[in-house]
Design a protein around this ligand. Structure first.
Ligand code: COA
Length: 372
């Protein structure tokens, strides 16, 4: 049995940001327009008026201050309220492949590895731009990696599920290295006209390079162990699959974008994740005192504070449990990897940390790593 290590990470960050204030101005303009267009129905009680959103609520409820997006103007246009990402020709790189390649190149550079030495690419993300050919195969071609590539989707847990998949292949000896890439174009599957969730997501792409530990050329993180779990729930759902028909038929289909029962998610996922991490740590033979860092899924600050406290048995310091959601918002599967990529270089040999993601499914995945 071989050992696997994370030898490089990369984060592609879009250039455009939307602050809570900008978002709320656009939403409120949209709500005013909606209310005036539907004034009669609202007065007759057959249509609900859209209340205003509030930047104070968004910050207090989620900890999010801003988000990066691939296209700001489309999202902030009250007549439109979704990003302008025109369809590309079949011979042009897809958006997911383009941003995934950027993140992957950073990971390869950090590890000092040539793309041709990579045996597998896994494109693990919440939503895929097309059904097939797999985005991962396109990324393989653009990067010039060897071997094979495939897509997978476990929503917000896609990165950790991808890391376990790659780790297991490296351990078994079927491959020596893999790139797990998470291009998350969340802005395209968020309903920006829904006050309850319009502030939640942002766009980003992350990449994690895993290699056989003996191949690592520089500082790296040995993967000590991984643990995955799923429990079916409809509380986070998006029905937009290949059975959708024309855009006209989708117009009134709220279920064709991200939907959630946020309160239930909050209540149900917290115990699930806390128990999962406790069991994983116990199985790995480590205690809270052994944990130098927690890189958690980035959906909600209160959720992370709760989980950090449960795991450590005390309030974690911002260094022990770094949050990036104030700047990036929820970036689905990429969140815990951004936190890891931007807050791990200071760990010293032998120090241990835990990456954990959770989300739709429900799904939860954790990876315990040790600095080497
Ligand atoms: N602006 C102002 N008020 C708002 C608002 C907004 N944008 N959105 C909702 N409100 C109102 C609600 O209508 C509600 O009013 P009421 O009490 O009069 O009914 C009140 O604020 C509280 O709303 P609620 O939805 O209960 O807030 P919350 O504290 O649960 O926070 C979330 C909402 C979504 C931030 C929170 O539930 C959450 O993060 N859940 C987990 C999400 C998650 O992890 N999802 C995984 C996604 S991958």
């Amino acid at each position: 049995m071989h050992s696997a290590a994370i030898t490089g990470t990369g984060v592609f960050t879009p250039t455009e940001t939307i602050s809570n204030d900008e978002l709320v101005v656009a939403f409120n303009a949209h709500a005013d327009m909606f209310n005036s267009q539907n004034a009669k129905a609202i007065a007759a009680g057959t249509c609900a008026a859209k209340p205003h959103s509030s930047a104070d609520f968004i910050l207090a409820a989620s900890g999010i201050e801003r988000r990066y997006v691939l296209n700001k103007s489309g999202v902030l246009n009250p007549d439109r309220m979704y990003p302008s990402l025109p369809a590309r020709a079949d011979d042009a790189p897809s958006v997911m492949a383009e941003i995934g390649v950027d993140a992957a190149q950073q990971a390869l550079e950090q590890a000092g590895v040539a793309a041709s030495c990579v045996d597998a690419v896994i494109c693990a993300a919440s939503n895929h731009e097309r059904a097939y050919p797999a985005i991962a195969v396109e990324i393989q071609s653009l990067l010039g990696t060897s071997g094979f590539a495939f897509d997978m989707n476990v929503a917000c847990s896609s990165a950790t599920f991808g890391i376990q998949t790659a780790t297991d292949m490296i351990r078994s000896g079927s491959i020596r290295s893999a790139l797990v890439i998470n291009p998350e174009i969340c802005s395209a599957h968020l309903e920006w006209r829904d006050r309850d969730c319009h502030f939640i997501f942002g766009d980003v792409a992350t990449a994690t390079l895993l290699q056989r530990t003996q191949d690592a050329q520089g500082p790296h993180f040995t993967v000590r162990s991984t643990k995955l779990a799923t429990h079916f729930s409809n509380n986070i759902r998006n029905n937009n699959g290949f059975l959708r028909r024309t855009r006209d038929q989708m117009e009134d289909r709220r279920d064709m974008q991200f939907m959630q029962n946020g309160r239930k998610v909050f209540k149900e996922v917290l115990p699930l994740v806390s128990k999962h991490i406790a069991e994983h740590m116990s199985h790995d033979g480590i205690t809270a005192a052994d944990l130098r860092r927690l890189w958690l899924h980035q959906a909600n600050k209160s959720m992370n504070d709760y989980i950090g406290k449960k795991v450590l048995g005390r309030d974690p310091s911002p260094q022990e449990q770094p949050n990036i959601l104030q700047d990036y918002a929820n970036t689905s599967s990429a969140g815990s990897i951004i936190a890891f990529a931007q807050n791990s270089a200071d760990l010293t040999t032998g120090e241990i940390g835990l990456i954990c993601s959770f989300g739709a499914g429900y799904s939860v995945g954790s990876v315990i790593v040790e600095r080497s």
